[in-house]
Design a protein around this ligand. Structure first.
Ligand SMILES: [Mn+2]
Length: 316
């Protein structure tokens, strides 16, 4: 680790231009980790890195510190070029989106990530699948390198942990609380940060509640299935996590499926399970994921995908 951090420091020192990206359609960890690293580089090296994104940034992230510093890739100056590219929380190559051409053109790529990935992009990798959030790996680097941090950085590192752990609900390792405790001591205020995320559009929350109220139930109530039409999908502004979590709270519900009509004949599927693995179902539809949280995107009509899903769950 120490050796890799030294290489990283040298690369930052020698870089003429630096860019940072997370995965396409940023979530809290991807955005906050990228902005935290940007500020760390500014504070410790006096250099301004560019945070680049592709896709949608949900409204609930509008109030995170330095949010306005993130640049949509199509709004970059023409002929933009970065010799050092840092990927944080990016997932796999296919999630790079509009950043990919700049990543490919960079002299050196550093990656900092907690996703499983068997096709790594970076020349220097700080990857750790055990971490609950990518920001924890950045925090490790900060402590290893003895970097200075400020209130923005503390808040962003904590926000990334808060969002990726669903407000600490999905924590499995004690190191999350150790890092969170250190960030608390450094001035992070969890109630304030959680409240800063309460920033959704009214239309989004109304669509989420409508989709929940119209859910169907199969297999004697063990499977909950919700669908979002394209018209409503445009108001969703995110992945519909709240729909999945509300339906999962119902007594007896074992599996929750959310079908999202991205556009006509292009359906996103999110599947959640309390304990029985469902990733095979997602894989059978060309997708993938974890044992209890998986998904796929299928080119077919909403009706056909709905029928396929109900069939796939028969025998579960
Ligand atoms: Mn993450």
């Amino acid at each position: 680790m120490k050796k890799k951090v030294q290489v990283f420091i040298e690369k930052i020192k020698n870089a003429k231009s630096i860019a940072i990206s997370g995965h396409k359609n940023l979530d809290g960890d991807a955005l906050c980790s990228a902005l935290a690293l940007m500020k760390i580089i500014e504070l410790n090296f006096g250099k301004k890195a560019t945070v680049i994104y592709d896709g949608n940034v949900p409204r609930e992230l509008d109030n995170v510190p330095l949010r306005k510093e993130a640049v949509f890739y199509k709004n970059l100056p023409e002929n933009s070029n970065y010799d050092l590219y840092i990927l944080v929380d990016y997932g796999t190559r296919k999630h790079l989106g509009g950043a990919e051409k700049y990543v490919n053109a960079a002299d050196f790529v550093v990656e900092i990530d907690h996703h499983f990935n068997d096709d790594i992009v970076g020349n220097l990798c700080f990857d750790d699948e055990e971490k609950a959030a990518t920001s924890q790996i950045i925090y490790d680097i900060v402590r290893d390198a003895d970097f200075n941090i400020d209130q923005d950085i503390v808040d962003l590192l904590m926000l990334a942990i808060i969002t990726d752990t669903g407000n600490f609900k999905f924590v499995r390792h004690s190191d999350v609380f150790k890092d969170a405790a250190k960030l608390l001591e450094a001035g992070a205020d969890i109630p304030r940060l959680v409240n800063l995320l309460n920033n959704k559009d009214k239309k989004t929350v109304l669509v989420e509640s409508k989709v929940v109220s119209e859910a169907e139930f199969f297999m004697k109530g063990r499977l909950a299935l919700a669908t979002i039409s394209h018209e409503d999908y445009k108001k969703l502004d995110g992945r519909g996590e709240i729909v999945l979590s509300l339906l999962a709270q119902i007594h007896g519900v074992q599996y929750v499926v959310l079908l999202k009509e991205h556009k006509e004949n292009l359906i996103g599927i999110s599947i959640r399970s309390r304990e029985i693995p469902i990733n095979k179902i997602a894989e059978s539809m060309g997708g993938g994921g974890h044992m209890c949280a998986a998904g796929a995107v299928i080119e077919d009509s909403l009706q056909n995908v709905r029928d396929k899903i109900i069939n796939a769950f028969k025998g579960m």
